[in-house]
Design a protein around this ligand. Sequence first.
Ligand SMILES: [Fe+2]
Length: 247
Amino acid sequence: MFSFFKRAVKPQNSFEFIGVDMHNHLTPGIDDGSPDVATSMQLMEGMMQLGFKSFISTPHVISDVHPNTPQTITSAWKTLQQSVQEAQWPVRMGVAAEYMLNYDFDGLLANDELLTFGKKQVLIEMSYAVESPNLKEAIFALLTKGYKPILAHPERYNYYHRRFGIYEEITDFGCELQINLLSLGGYYGKAVKNVAQKLIDKKLINWLGTDLHHTRHLDALVKLSNNRKALEYCKKIKGLRNPGISI
Ligand SMILES: [Fe+2]
């Protein structure tokens, strides 16, 4: 009699070449990511097994939904940092934020209330339902003040899928693009995967992030670490900036 067992997927150091995950929601209890320090530690441990050695946590800043400030973010992040230090894990940790381009963003920028990483890199995002009307103005204003904007998960903005030229316009304008690793495994659907691949083919991507929120994302990343085609796509990115970024 034959038995069929689902082969356990073992984590590997598949993502070691990325080095720094500069987009995740590991900071506990302040957005829709990890709810507490214990969960953050569990998630981080899983990511370490996948090869990540450095983490820049980027909690959402979305007025009315996740009205975080540099103070709320830094304070929550320090609780995680302390726990990691006590566990003596050999990782480097930084913190920034993921800013929604809504009506409040101009005020934050005007007051320089932005958390950045690297060399004044700022992670920005838009709603998945509707484009931010101030996208180009915000990019221009950020650049004018010496910030380096990075648009998070451009492949997930479905309203751009039939307007692919907008991605070239944005990058020509001076904004870099970060795709989510899970997009390449089809986690968000086939259309998103296709656009992620096309963005890499067109050499429009400089950053990779996990955008990890919870254990389902971690499980999907473990599976992705065994997906040779997805890994090949990641390695096609010539100007990947993650490894060289300072924390
Ligand atoms: Fe995110």
